[in-house]
Design a binder for this molecule. Structure first.
Ligand code: SF4
Length: 345
């Protein structure tokens, strides 16, 4: 009999599993803790479960993580891990050390359907949604490899649009933030979206205490449509309403990501439009320089231009941060994740 992989099951699902096995549901919590918190995949070592239960589990189930295929390390310490999934798809995960803290940039889909014009993942097209297990598996691998203190923050800014994989994303967040699971507070988790308006409302109402980042990149509908086809579905004003709702409901500032493209969205007019757009929304703006991707027709602004943009925007926005590009030399920076697809084509 082929054994079933429990990777990605939530506490509630583990409790149901125990009921199916004729056991008390609380044993599901013990099993969950062994697997995700103690990182013990061997049922036989779970000493607070009966020998009979350990035997049943070993006969019918396994707990197997996802497998890395390649690791690359940038000169700035950023590390990119390429995972090969069971069906032959590839995803990438990036560890970004910053002083004493490390952030993990996690993928939520293999490829992406949204086709943002500046993005390497968008060029691949959509392969499939990751399972909750494949999302959590990226982090379990890092914990196993580098220890319990290996990361302090998670951003869903890797491959894919997380809100298009909503149920698996929220199941994964539940496992990550559970005290019995990876025990990382939801406050340390940021979900980044290109702006799927109905899903932003759903996330705000979900009860998950995660942060929200919205990839804005342009402050007028026309410009945004030129680089992000998905924005044809929603007006910027609708997106701003959703952002405001999230910020007020969750009592958290929303982050707007603004990639600066040379000669596209970097003028005083853009700054004015941006500051008008975000008026009244509790937010901060991260400005970052475009990271070049293959033959795509966009250019990276100079550092002087980037700083000047930030300096001029600063008095017109509640908070502005200029974000450094990390992992540029290993194609691990924002918008550059492509697994092996791009290189193979
Ligand atoms: S920027 Fe995000 S949403 Fe847009 S194509 Fe890339 S991965 Fe998809």
């Amino acid at each position: 009999m082929e054994r079933i992989n429990l990777l990605g099951r939530t506490v509630a699902e583990m409790q149901n599993l125990m009921l199916e096995l004729g056991e008390k549901p609380f044993k599901g919590r013990q099993l969950f803790k062994w697997l995700y918190n103690s990182l013990q995949p061997d049922f036989q070592q779970m000493t607070d479960l009966s020998l009979e239960l350990r035997r049943k589990l070993s006969e019918q189930y396994i707990f197997e993580g996802i497998q890395p295929k390649k690791k690359s390390r940038s000169r700035d310490g950023t590390e990119k891990i390429l995972f090969s999934l069971e069906d032959g798809n590839f995803i990438e995960t990036v560890l970004i050390p910053d002083g004493p803290k490390t952030t993990v940039c996690v993928s939520s889909q293999a490829g992406c359907a949204l086709g943002c014009r500046f993005c390497a993942t968008g060029k691949i097209g959509f392969k499939r949604n990751l399972t909750a297990g494949e999302i959590v598996g990226q982090l379990l691998f890092i914990r196993r490899q580098y220890g319990p203190e290996s990361f302090q923050n998670i951003v869903f800014m890797g491959m894919g649009e997380p809100l298009m994989n909503f149920s698996n994303l929220t199941a994964a967040i539940e496992i990550i933030s559970s005290e019995l699971g990876l025990s990382l507070s939801a406050k340390k988790i940021t979900v980044s979206t290109v702006g799927l308006v109905p899903k932003i409302y759903e996330l705000a109402d979900s009860g998950l205490k995660v942060n929200l980042a919205i990839s804005l990149h342009a402050a007028t509908d026309d410009k945004r449509r030129a680089i992000m086809p998905v924005s044809r579905g929603y007006l910027l004003l609708e997106l701003m309403d959703a952002a405001r709702y999230f910020a007020l409901k969750r009592k958290k500032r929303v982050t707007f990501e603004y990639i600066l493209f040379e000669g596209f969205n970097d003028t005083m007019e853009d700054i004015q439009a941006l500051s008008n757009l975000i008026k009244g929304i509790p937010c901060k703006i991260n400005v970052l320089a475009y990271n070049p991707v293959g033959d795509l027709p966009y250019s990276r602004p100079s550092e002087g231009k980037l700083n000047e943009f930030g300096r001029l925007l600063y008095p017109r926005a509640p908070a502005v941060t200029i974000r450094k590009s990390r992992g540029l030399d290993i194609d691990a920076a924002c918008g550059q994740l492509a697994g092996k697809y791009l290189k193979a084509s």
